[in-house]
Design a protein around this ligand. Structure first.
Ligand code: FPP
Length: 265
């Protein structure tokens, strides 16, 4: 059991709670929202929010790894984020360079392996190099996988996977009726994560309650937890709160929970 101080989102009441070590979500995915609003509230430029958000990534990666999370997927840049002003896009493209440039030794110390999913070939050369180096430098780490969604979009991912299966059909290697959900899942950018591909818990910060084209296939049975904190204010305590909320849920995966659901008609 891990003890932590839980702050009730509705009342603000703080109480000591226990996290069940046996029920830590193996895969947590986070939509890191609210950097801009955090900066705006402080009369700072939006990029100051992203910079602070990068520091939160460091804190949360270490906290998740210590709690025993196996995969932490973070939505860092979507295929739609290119629509933002070029100064902001350029800054967001530099963040991985700063992040990995300063944090790789810590990642190695914590046995955390870096993975990236997204259309990385469209990123600036320096960003691509930072990502490649971080993957290579942490390749021998056997602990948590820190998976950055970078130039990622759920619909584009599904289109690419469909194209790959269609090519196999066209080559005569596969009949359309032989395509299974598992086969499609393996073509996705999380295919290499095997049984850990689907998030158990999806967190979105900053009070918004939408998916924004994130892991559309993989979140089919994820538990969603929406939190009020802007991403730069997120940290170990808020992560523990989200996991506590997750542990109060009963996952049924379309079936019944024998402990709580009656099977009588
Ligand atoms: C959403 O907040 C956040 C982003 C689009 C960028 C997220 C990036 C980081 C947290 C840093 C990532 C770090 C690395 C290492 C790649 P928003 O700007 O949409 O906030 P708003 O809704 O308040 O405007």
């Amino acid at each position: 059991m891990f003890s932590f101080l839980n702050k009730d989102q509705a009342t603000g009441e703080v109480t000591e709670r226990q996290l069940d070590e046996q029920n830590i979500p193996a895969h947590i995915a986070i939509i890191m929202d609210g950097n801009g609003r955090w900066a705006q509230q402080r009369h700072l430029p939006r990029i100051a929010g992203h910079k602070q958000g990068m520091n939160t990534v460091k804190t949360v990666a270490k906290a998740a790894s210590h709690l025993g999370v196996k995969v932490l997927t973070l939505y860092a840049f979507s295929t739609e984020n290119w629509k933002r002003p070029s100064t902001e896009v350029n800054y967001l493209m530099k963040l991985p360079v700063d992040f990995f440039g300063t944090f790789v030794p810590d990642l190695v110390k914590n046995n955390i392996r870096v993975k990236v999913m997204g259309y990385t070939d469209q990123l600036p050369a320096a960003t691509q190099k930072a990502v490649r180096d971080a993957i290579a430098d942490t390749a021998d780490c056997t602990g948590m996988v820190l998976n950055f969604a970078l130039n990622y979009g759920g619909r584009a991912e599904l289109v690419t996977a469909t194209q790959q299966l269609a090519a196999q059909v066209q080559a005569g290697q596969l009949a359309p009726t032989d395509i299974t959900a598992d086969m499609l899942g393996q073509q996705l950018m999380t295919g290499d994560l095997a049984e850990l591909a689907d998030p158990d818990l999806l967190i979105r910060t900053s009070g918004e309650e939408r998916l924004s084209n994130f892991m559309l296939w993989q979140v089919a049975y994820s538990e969603f937890v929406f939190m009020q904190e802007h991403w730069p204010d997120f940290g170990q305590a808020t992560l523990e709160q989200a996991i506590y909320t997750y542990q109060q849920r009963h996952r049924r995966f379309g079936g019944l929970n024998p402990a709580t659901d009656t099977t009588k008609n």
